[in-house]
Design a protein around this ligand. Structure first.
Ligand code: SAM
Length: 238
């Protein structure tokens, strides 16, 4: 019997994500934070068979188990969660960090539909996955088993705070000219309100210009700090 340190197991990739997020930068740090985010999960042979998803259309939400394929294989026992400003360390297993043994990720997403091409393609919403993410399992979400009343959530007891987002006239006009402008505008607002900047850049003067890619768009933004009132308030501007 191999010792636990040398035991390993091979996983099959059952499908690949085609995502509205071409890059890691800007993706919300958990699913559900940008409900307008869309993805197509294309199942590959031999898992890309209708039988494998028979009955799945009756579920509204899914657990997606995937590989953080864009993270390094190297991991460390302690990590610095962005939520704690990047200054405090906690155990990797007390975190949802992408830098973890086996690089396995777990996301609860909405199932918006199933298409057949002819292999099944699952239409996902509200996800937090970069384009090309390999998926190793799918399970239906069972609200009575998968949610806990009175759960404690450690250093992340509530959703991250949101910034106000203001759009430039140029951005508004560009969106109005597109057939998908309304949903795209909503996605831009949801993503930017999460403040995509690295943790160490927050809560300090920041004159930089940043870019987030969403679908085929390169969305530029900067932070405006409003010092009126009791404290600083930041606004992201497209
Ligand atoms: N909900 C999942 C979990 O808890 O396992 C992922 C949480 S992780 C903190 C979310 C971040 O992972 C996103 O903001 C994005 O930058 C990054 N990410 C998404 N897909 C990835 C991939 N395939 N490889 C590496 N990083 C990825």
């Amino acid at each position: 019997t191999p010792s636990p340190a040398s035991a390993s197991i091979a996983l099959d990739i059952i499908g690949t994500v085609e995502s509205c997020y071409p890059d890691k930068f800007g993706i919300p740090r958990q699913p559900g934070l940008a409900p307008q985010a869309t993805a197509r999960l294309r199942l590959d042979a031999p898992f890309g068979h209708r039988d494998c998803v028979r009955g799945l259309e009756h579920f509204s939400h899914l657990w997606i188990t995937f590989i953080f394929h864009q993270s390094p294989e190297r991991w460390t026992p302690l990590i610095r969660p962005p939520r704690l400003g990047g200054n405090h360390r906690i155990g990797v297993f007390a975190s949802r960090s992408t830098h973890r043994p086996n690089r396995l990720g777990l996301s609860l997403v909405e199932l918006a539909g199933i298409e057949y091409d002819p292999a099944p393609v699952l239409i996902l919403r509200g996800h937090d996955l970069v384009d090309g993410t390999p998926v190793v399992d799918i399970k239906p979400y069972l609200p009575w088993a998968d949610s806990a009343d009175n759960a404690r959530a450690g250093f992340a007891p509530e959703p991250p705070p949101r910034l106000d987002v203001r759009m430039s006239n140029e951005c508004r006009q560009a969106l109005e000219a597109r057939h998908d402008g309304e949903s795209l505008g909503a996605l831009i607002r949801e993503v930017l309100s999460q403040d995509p900047r690295p943790a160490y850049r927050r809560n300090r003067r920041d004159d930089r210009s940043y870019g987030v890619r969403l679908h085929d768009l390169d969305v530029r933004f900067h932070i405006e700090t409003d010092t009126r009132g009791s404290g600083d308030r930041c606004e992201s501007i497209v």
